[in-house]
Design a protein around this ligand. Structure first.
Ligand code: H79
Length: 401
C-alpha cells in the first residue's frame, strides 16, 4: 500500500539535474548565460529549437556509471535518488516511444539512462524518484514556455488546444511509460509560478494524480504538481527551491536545494555552499519534521565535479556517526533553541531521546535546556560517548559540556 513512512524516515535524498544542457554547462557562444540555472540555457539564450536539439548529437557521456552515482548517494547517507527524466527543454533521458527527442534515438550514447539507474537503485537499496516537467516543455509540441525569459517569434505561449494535445499525446503517455518501465517510488512534478495555473488547472492536476494512482500503489506525488493550490491528494509538500521554512507542515515535506547556485552543471558557478551549511540545512529540516533533497549537477561526461564529491563525502562522514540523530527522528518538542536545533526519537515506555545539535556553543561552559520535564537518564556526546553531567534547574536542565 502507498505509504509515506519510508520517505519521512529517510530524511535525506539526492536530486540530479542532467541533460543536453550539461555539455554547454552555463556557457553559450563563449559567454556566461544570463539565467543563473544552466538547465535554462535554451530559454535564457533564445536558442532556435533546431539548433538546441543539435546538442543531442554531442550527448555522449562515456564516464557515466550508474553504480558510481548511486554509491556516492548511499555513502553520503542518502536514502533516495531523484533524477530529471525530462526537464523543461522536453528531452527524455529514457528511450520513450512517445517522442523521438530522447537519449535512445537522438544521441550517439543510446543507453537507457533511467533503466541503468533504476537497476543500480535496486541493487543498493535506494528508492528511485523521477522528476518530470509536466507544465513547461520547450520541444515545440504544445507544452508551455516561460514568457519572462522567452517570448519572441518562435517561442510563444501555446493555445489551449495545443497544450491539450501536448497533455494527451506527450505528457500523460510519458508519465505512464515512466511508471510502467521504472516503477518509481515518487514522481516530482514542477511548477513555481502563477503563470502555470493557466494550463495546470485543478482538473489536469487531478487527472495526472489519478493516472499515477491507477498505475502504481506505491508512487508518491509532490505538491509542486500545482502552484499555490495543490490537491489534497498529493503525498508530500515540496517547498520552493532552497527554501528552508521556519515551521513544519501537516503532511510529509522536503526542501530541494543546490550545492552552488545552478541545478545543472555550470562551469562558471563558483558559489559552493560549505559542508557545514549543507549539514545544518539537513538538521534544520529534520528538527521541523522535514526532508532535504540535495542536488548534484553531473558534468556532460557523466562524472560528478570534485567540489560536489568532496561535500557529499564530508556529509557522509558526519552521517556515519550522527545518522541516528537524523533518520527516523521527529520534530523538536522544545522549539528552536538559540544555540542550534533539536531532533527527537520516541523510545517507548514514556522515554524520549533528544539530539541536541550544538552549532553555536563554547565547550567548557554550561548549557541550559529549557522545557525539559521528568528526569534525565543520561547524556553523552554522540561521537565519542563522553558522559555529560546533568543538573536540574528552574524550568529545565543544565548540561556541563
Ligand atoms: O529544476 C529546477 C529549476 O530549473 C526549476 N525548478 C528547480 C527544481 C525552476 N526554474 N525556475 N524556478 C524553478 C523558479 C526560480 C526562480 C528564481 Fe531566480 C531563482 C528566483 C531567484 C532565483 C530566476 C532566476 C529569477 C532570478 C533568477
Amino acid at each position: 500500500m502507498r505509504s509515506t513512512d519510508w520517505f519521512t524516515d529517510a530524511r535525506f535524498g539526492m536530486f540530479i539535474h542532467w541533460g543536453l544542457y550539461s555539455n554547454p554547462a552555463g556557457v553559450w557562444q563563449g559567454r556566461k548565460i544570463k539565467h543563473p540555472y544552466a538547465e535554462w540555457l535554451q530559454a535564457s539564450e533564445h536558442i532556435p529549437r533546431p539548433q538546441y536539439k543539435e546538442l543531442a548529437r554531442e550527448f555522449n557521456p562515456e564516464g557515466f556509471n550508474a553504480d558510481e552515482w548511486i554509491c556516492e548517494a548511499k555513502n553520503a547517507g542518502m536514502k533516495y535518488f531523484v533524477i530529471t527524466s525530462k526537464h523543461h527543454d522536453g528531452f527524455a533521458l529514457w528511450p520513450t516511444k512517445v517522442s523521438g527527442y530522447n537519449v535512445g534515438e537522438a544521441t550517439p550514447f543510446k543507453q537507457d539512462i533511467l533503466g541503468a539507474l533504476a537497476e543500480a537503485c535496486r541493487r543498493h537499496d535506494i528508492k528511485l524518484g523521477l522528476y518530470y516537467s509536466h507544465w513547461q516543455d520547450w520541444e515545440g509540441t504544445g507544452g508551455d514556455i516561460c514568457s519572462v525569459h522567452m517570448e519572441n517569434e518562435e517561442y510563444v505561449h501555446p493555445t489551449e488546444e495545443a497544450f491539450q494535445r501536448y497533455w494527451q499525446k506527450k505528457c500523460l503517455p510519458q508519465v505512464r511509460e515512466l511508471i510502467e518501465n521504472y516503477d518509481p517510488h515518487l514522481l516530482w512534478f514542477d511548477t513555481w509560478s502563477k503563470h502555470s495555473l493557466k494550463f495546470i488547472t485543478r482538473e489536469r492536476q487531478e487527472e495526472l494524480i489519478s493516472l499515477v494512482r491507477q498505475l502504481s500503489n506505491k508512487c508518491l506525488v509532490n505538491s509542486r504538481i500545482q502552484f499555490l493550490d495543490p490537491s489534497e491528494n498529493v503525498d508530500f509538500i515540496s517547498t520552493m527551491d532552497n527554501s528552508f521554512p521556519e515551521e513544519g507542515f501537516s503532511k510529509p515535506w522536503e526542501t530541494s536545494g543546490t550545492l552552488n547556485h545552478s541545478w545543472a552543471y555550470h562551469s562558471m558557478d563558483y558559489g559552493w555552499r560549505p559542508t557545514r551549511e549543507l549539514i545544518q540545512n539537513l538538521v534544520k529540516n529534520a528538527s521541523l519534521g522535514g526532508n532535504y533533497q540535495l542536488n548534484v549537477g553531473p558534468m556532460g561526461n557523466g562524472r560528478f565535479q570534485e567540489s560536489a564529491i568532496r561535500r557529499l563525502r564530508e556529509i557522509g562522514n558526519w552521517m556515519r556517526v550522527h545518522g541516528e540523530s537524523v533518520y527516523g527522528t521527529t520534530a523538536s518538542p522544545l522549539g528552536k533553541p538559540p544555540w542550534g536545533r533539536i531532533t527527537s526519537r520516541c523510545l517507548g515506555n514514556h522515554q524520549t531521546r533528544l539530539y541536541l545539535h550544538l552549532w553555536d556553543f563554547t565547550p567548557g561552559t554550561a548549557l541550559f535546556l529549557e522545557g525539559v520535564s521528568g528526569s534525565v537518564a543520561d547524556a553523552i556526546v554522540l561521537e565519542t560517548g563522553q558522559p555529560i553531567k546533568v543538573e536540574n534547574g528552574l524550568g529545565g536542565i543544565w548540561l556541563q559540556i
